[in-house]
Design a protein around this ligand. Sequence first.
Ligand SMILES: [Zn+2]
Length: 286
Amino acid sequence: MTTSPQNHHCPICKSSHIDTWGSAADIGNADIIHKIAKCNECTHIFVHPLPSKEFLAEAYKTSSKSVLSGDSFYDFRSKGSFSEGDLWVLKHLKKRVKQGNLIDIGAANTMLLSMIIESGWKVSIVEPSQNVERMSSLSNIQICRGLFEDCVFQNNFEMVSAIDVLEHTHSPIDFLKKAKSILSFRGNALLRFPNSYSLKCKLEHDKWNMIRPLGHLHFFSPRSFQAACKTCQLKIVELKSHDLNNYLSLSIAGQNIRGMRFMLPLRWFLNKMLLGDQLLAMVSHE
Ligand SMILES: [Zn+2]
């Protein structure tokens, strides 16, 4: 892996103005170090070189430790509790006057999906890993086991949810284009992904706990997400940030300060300035 990032292009805006930003160990094998690059145009941060789509399809299918190990997202969701991303999806579903087709991409929460089905939505899910087996207990659900980009759908969807998924994809642009292609005219896609504009990323750089190749490959900022949506001709209806797992955890001078009450105004401010750990984005057709 001696390729210099300067010789390549940003996967979001195609600019060739990219530099090495940092490095991080493979989550499945600490001896493998991956380079992380940053685009000087759109500020996107990404693992460089990116693994191929075929490599990722096989890695997720076989639950390779390079893509799943150490990824608290899966542990968190298997506990059957709601993440802030899940609650955000529920909030938006409640706002819609009519139920329709919903597709949840990624290892979804069975409890959340049961609730959505009970409220009258027709649910489909996409998941490449064995986590999909957890979903077999749900009735009236369409399952595509594989990468979202490879799945074929018979109908359009009023709601597409992809909570903690975009950062795992080979090409977020292909992912967003596919999402747009199955989105109904008045539909919305709800996405959550790590925020490289966050205070934590600024402070901790490549030690930020979201930097975990090859599980996480892409680290969007609000600016690089806007660039991606522009390329895909998607409109951003809502963009906000929040702190992962609903607490603020900052390592300042080696001290870990967690969600104490006096931190609440600071957390509110950070989210207002889009400096929270995660971005929540709702997009629609232009
Ligand atoms: Zn770029």
